[in-house]
Design a binder for this molecule. Structure first.
Ligand code: F6P
Length: 325
């Protein structure tokens, strides 16, 4: 059997450990592993190579992906999908593993409908916004990158009596911001999933400033679009000089955490088990309450990821809401 692997969409830490595990597991199982470079664009351009051990040695600790990734517009056109299919046929590759988000899974679902190419998706995005899974590869590393950045910014905040508004990535999902705010001791958290009560936060923070607070930290999710508003609010309502730091793409990089290395390997083993034994695979792996399972792509695409209520409840106070509201 020949199986190809590729990355699609935003890169994240954990992709390299997954690629390494894939190649090594394939050799153990007498499967021929293929690396598809540059994501769906590479699939169209025939950028495909039979993997050797040397391709994946020394990559486990590296962020990003050595086989690179892309967001492909061409793949939405049937003509280019036919070219991609021919490239796979030329190599004899019958099945695929894709590391990506739900947009990539949807693209592969169309490919499956066109040509019946089996695939398993491994949820891989720092946004942690894929329906049906508690965890996406790369999130733990991203949270640790954010934690280090917030800890460092706190040094300046404290030294300069400033308020800092620190913006995380996550598209429309506030998971990264919420978990970071809770674990890094922020005073304010602004995410799309929670209403924001600025007047209640104002009352609370003003009182704390009167009692001696000299600096403050707010974490904002990019999807809230509120970073500049909070900066002005700190200056005008709380009386603290304020700065915005948008963490940006540093959140996608970095040395993969132990958790991401291990779950990358587990995802790969689980995907290969299914690809080896079953046919008609057009599913994504999900992890729920510590257990792995599969969901079909339609279910994943039609659902909307929701942060678990217990976590949201813990964050309410940082958005100026009562616990019970
Ligand atoms: O989906 C991952 C992500 O990093 C989002 O958090 C962010 O909104 C987006 O990708 C940034 O995309 P790009 O790298 O194309 O600027």
């Amino acid at each position: 059997m020949k199986i190809g692997i590729f990355c699609s969409g935003g890169d994240c830490a954990g992709m390299n450990p997954a690629i390494k595990a894939f190649v090594e597991e394939c050799y153990i199982r007498n499967i021929e592993p293929y690396l598809i470079y540059d994501g769906l664009e590479g699939l169209i351009d025939g950028n495909i190579k039979k993997a050797e051990h040397s391709d994946v040695s020394g990559i486990i600790y590296r962020g990003g992906t050595v086989i690179r990734s892309s967001r492909s517009k061409r793949f939405f056109e049937k003509h280019y999908r036919a070219v991609a299919h021919q490239n796979l046929k030329n190599e004899g590759i019958e099945k695929l593993i894709v590391l990506g988000g739900d947009g990539s899974f949807r693209a592969l679902e169309v490919f499956y409908d066109d040509f019946g190419i089996d695939f398993i998706g491994i949820p891989s995005t720092i946004d942690n916004d894929i329906f049906g899974t508690d965890y996406c590869l790369g999130v733990d590393t991203a949270l640790n990158v954010i934690r280090r950045a917030i800890d460092d910014i706190r040094d300046t905040a404290a030294s300069f009596k400033r308020a800092f508004v620190i913006e995380t990535m996550g598209r429309e999902c506030g998971y990264l911001a919420l978990v970071s705010a809770l674990t890094c001791g922020a005073e304010v958290c602004v995410i799309p999933e929670l209403e924001l009560n600025l007047s209640s936060l104002e009352k609370k923070l003003k009182k704390e400033v009167e009692e001696g607070r000299t600096y403050a930290i707010a974490i904002t999710a990019e999807g809230s679009n509120m970073s500049e508003t909070i900066e002005t609010w700190f200056e005008e309502k709380i009386g603290l000089e304020s700065r915005v730091t948008k963490l940006g793409h540093i959140q996608r990089g970095g040395n993969p955490s132990v958790f991401d290395r291990l779950i990358a390997h587990e995802f790969v083993v689980f995907a290969l088990d299914r690809l080896e034994k079953a046919s008609n695979n057009h599913h994504t792996i999900v992890t729920k309450n510590g257990k792995f399972d599969f969901l079909d792509i339609e279910t994943v695409s039609n659902g909307k990821y929701e942060i678990k209520p217990e976590l949201l409840k813990m964050g309410r106070i940082l958005s100026g809401l009562n616990q019970g509201e």
